[in-house]
Design a protein around this ligand. Structure first.
Ligand SMILES: Cc1cc2nc3c(=O)[nH]c(=O)nc-3n(C[C@H](O)[C@H](O)[C@H](O)COP(=O)(O)OP(=O)(O)OC[C@H]3O[C@@H](n4cnc5c(N)ncnc54)[C@H](O)[C@@H]3O)c2cc1C
Length: 324
């Protein structure tokens, strides 16, 4: 059986290896349009490759995915992080778990993952062909004909596309003709550009636990947030961009967000804290850093934004300013 795997990334290698392991008579070839296999794996996880996550209950695991939860649940009952850990361990790559559940190779080098995948491909006799972009596919007489960008045509009995994302419209069209639905793409995991000098002059400030949401009714995402010279970034923002990816695209990236700099602390709790400050810290200046989590520069900027004189004492603060 002649099998082609299109795309020499993590998915393509894993598919080709599994295919070759389970079908000893299969001739498996990986084609990649680029000149380097597993290029993305190399840079993944800041060069360490966050290979999986220590979450071993499929029902919990799907909750971490912004879309496709229903479809993924079945897949996770077939293959889940425990299987990934075991798969690599059986092939000589030990993993370790960090405090937040992320799992990396003990070497802290994505190269360990690359070496493992390439080593397995070699052991199983998988042919690797780079610089070969597939332009289109047709199915005729029980054979798949692949047309490559250099004009070459090759025939296979089985073909798997693992090309990351669909950029070529001719290829998308030929796959649609074979009956595959193609989902349109939406950018995800990006930082927010915000034109607001008052915000960007605070570049460099990071707050550990904030919650952010798209107004008016988005769900809150939590995590660290970083103010950059272009706007906002950090895990909370990246998470928000992933969960709201489709909505943000629909809004043409013009939207308002709400940031709770104190994580999930409620407005009513904050009002109570302010009332206590008036009594217990009445002599203290409002500008004094009062919230352990908030950097002083950010607190001063919030006071300026709501026009509260930072040199007032808590006891002198007019009661109505608590609502600002
Ligand atoms: C900076 C960064 C850090 C990341 N960190 C992590 C991390 O730590 N952990 C994690 O799990 N994920 C991480 N990711 C995401 C992860 O890298 C990807 O989800 C994963 O590599 C996707 O693998 P893939 O095989 O599906 O696609 P890809 O790696 O994109 O591979 C697809 C391959 O197909 C080839 N191709 C495309 N079109 C054609 C064609 N027509 N013909 C032939 N070949 C074609 C491409 O050249 C490419 O090599 C990170 C991503 C980035 C960008």
């Amino acid at each position: 059986m002649k099998c082609a795997v299109i795309g020499g990334g993590a998915a393509g290698f894993f598919c080709a290896i599994t295919l070759a392991e389970e079908n000893k008579n299969a001739e498996v070839i990986i084609f990649d349009s680029g000149n380097q296999f597993l290029r993305k794996v190399k840079i993944s996880g800041g060069g360490r490759c966050n290979v999986t996550h220590a979450c071993f209950d499929p029902r919990e695991l799907v909750k971490k995915y912004p879309r496709g939860q229903k479809e993924l649940l079945g897949a996770f009952y077939t293959w889940q992080p425990k299987d990934t850990v075991e798969w690599f361990r059986n092939r000589g790559v030990q993993t370790k778990t960090e405090e937040d559940g992320r799992m990396f190779p003990v070497s802290d080098q994505s190269q360990s993952i690359i070496d493992c995948l390439k080593g397995e491909a070699k052991r199983l006799g998988i042919d690797l062909k780079k610089g070969m972009a597939v332009k289109s596919i047709v199915h005729k007489n029980s054979q798949f004909k692949l047309l490559f960008s250099d004009g070459k045509i090759e025939e296979f009995q089985k073909v798997c596309f693992a090309i990351g994302s669909m950029k070529s419209s001719t290829l998308a069209k030929s796959l649609q003709e074979l009956g595959h639905p193609i989902q349109s793409l939406a950018p995800s995991l990006f930082a927010f550009d915000i034109k607001d000098d008052e915000l960007t002059k605070l570049a460099g400030i990071s707050v550990k636990d904030v919650s952010v949401r798209i107004l008016p009714k988005g769900d809150f995402q939590e995590g660290p947030l970083l103010i950059t010279h272009r706007g906002l970034s950090g895990p909370a923002i990246l998470k928000l961009s992933a969960w709201e990816a489709r909505k943000l695209l629909e809004m043409n990236y013009q939207f308002s967000i709400e940031i709770n700099w104190l994580g999930n602390q409620k407005e009513s709790d904050l009002r109570n804290s302010f009332a206590e400050f008036r009594i217990q810290k009445g002599q203290q200046f409002v500008k004094t850093k009062i919230f352990e989590k908030l950097p002083r520069r950010l607190w001063e900027s919030i006071l300026a934004k709501v026009k509260i004189d930072p040199d007032l004492q808590w006891a002198q603060l007019p009661k109505k300013t608590e609502s600002l």
